[in-house]
Design a binder for this molecule. Structure first.
Ligand SMILES: O=C(O)[C@H](CCc1ccccc1)CC1(C(=O)N[C@@H](Cc2c[nH]c3ccccc23)C(=O)O)CCCC1
Ligand SMILES: [Ca+2]
Ligand SMILES: [Zn+2]
Length: 313
């Protein structure tokens, strides 16, 4: 049998219909797209834990090329969208720049209220229906996880303390650039019974208890030294660069999402390194903006003012 490329369709976590690449082989269709890099494959973990050697699990199949597993449909379709974002916007072929295969597993764990990049693949929990719906149901989350793979193959920011907060912020930043209708993270899958809330906010990190100024950074040991907490400081800086605003008396004139994304992509892939601090982040963003737009550009000024506004000088 040859493995023929096909177009499948299915219903996502939120009940929306979408199409995506599948492969036909031996009378069966598989959640396996072949046109992007070395391919995109989506598997069923059958409740195996994210640490289980049973991962990735079974490649998800259908005899009709119609897929009814919402978590699988979204994990697969959103992986395509994130691949396309990095290829078309930044010229990057998959997360490693070399077409690496993108592998996901859904139904990981039992009612697991989380998701992750485990170094080799993406894994998604189903949530317990109260804290989360199946987490692949939000494009933010898929883009966040795949961006961890981009970071790991570029700056490789150490996942603790300040470098870890920057690692987290890079994932939130590109999640917001891909799922570009707002500056919230996880809003589509977080607390299904509570409308309008999110896991994190980049426009107002404090709305969810995260710091929006360096003087308010968490210095304890929880969460690998607050990687999902102190990310709020850099997330706010990114928001200010893109949208502008006055923060703790410092005014920033926004330059828009697209230029902001280019600055952070260049900072991440050229200037940041494993032990980068927030001070290094400011310098990397200033240098990236200088390379792209010139030393005396409004883009460079926006970067400088945004980092001053969040207390990183
Ligand atoms: O990628 C990441 O940074 C997070 C990876 C979490 C993880 C780490 C190590 C092993 C397993 C899982 C997953 C996400 C996250 O931000 N998790 C946070 C918030 C969170 C999600 N579910 C939770 C349940 C309890 C407490 C906190 C959480 C965390 O794990 O802290 C990213 C987008 C949405 C979920
Ligand atoms: Ca969002
Ligand atoms: Zn993360």
């Amino acid at each position: 049998w040859n493995a023929a490329e096909a177009t499948g369709s299915g219903t996502g976590v939120l009940g929306d219909t979408k199409t995506f690449e599948t492969t036909y082989s031996g009378g069966t269709y598989y959640l396996w797209g072949q046109s992007r890099g070395e391919g995109i494959k989506t598997h069923h973990a059958k409740n195996a834990s994210y640490t289980s050697p049973k991962l990735p699990g079974t490649l998800i199949s259908s005899t009709t090329n119609t897929f009814t597993d919402g978590a699988a449909v979204d994990a697969h379709a959103y992986a395509e969208k994130v691949y396309d974002y990095y290829k078309l916007v930044h010229g990057r072929n998959s997360y490693d720049g070399n077409g690496a295969a993108i592998v996901s597993s859904v139904h990981v764990g039992r009612s697991w209220n989380n998701a992750a990049w485990i170094g080799t693949q993406m894994v998604y929990g189903d949530g317990d229906g109260m804290t989360f719906r199946p987490l692949s149901g939000d494009l933010d989350v898929v883009a966040h996880e795949l961006t961890h793979a981009v970071t790991d193959t570029t700056a490789d920011l150490i996942y603790q303390n300040e470098s870890g907060a920057l690692n987290e912020s890079m994932s939130d930043i590109f999640a917001a650039m891909v799922d570009s209708d707002n500056w919230l993270i996880g809003e589509d899958v977080y607390t299904p019974n509570i409308p309008g809330d999110a896991l994190r906010s980049m426009s107002d990190p404090a709305a969810y208890g995260d710091p929006d100024h360096y003087s308010k950074r968490y210095t304890g040991n929880e969460d690998n030294g607050g990687v999902h907490i102190n990310s709020g400081i850099n997330n706010k800086a990114c928001y200010l660069i893109a949208q502008g605003g006055t923060h703790y008396g410092v005014t920033v004139t926004g330059i828009g999402r697209d230029k902001t994304a280019k600055i952070y992509y260049r900072a991440l892939t050229v200037y940041l390194h494993p032990s980068s601090t927030f001070a290094d982040m400011r310098q990397a963003a200033v240098q990236a903006a200088t390379d792209l737009y010139g030393a005396s550009s409004p883009e460079v000024q926006a970067v400088k003012n945004a980092y001053t506004a969040v207390g990183v000088n």
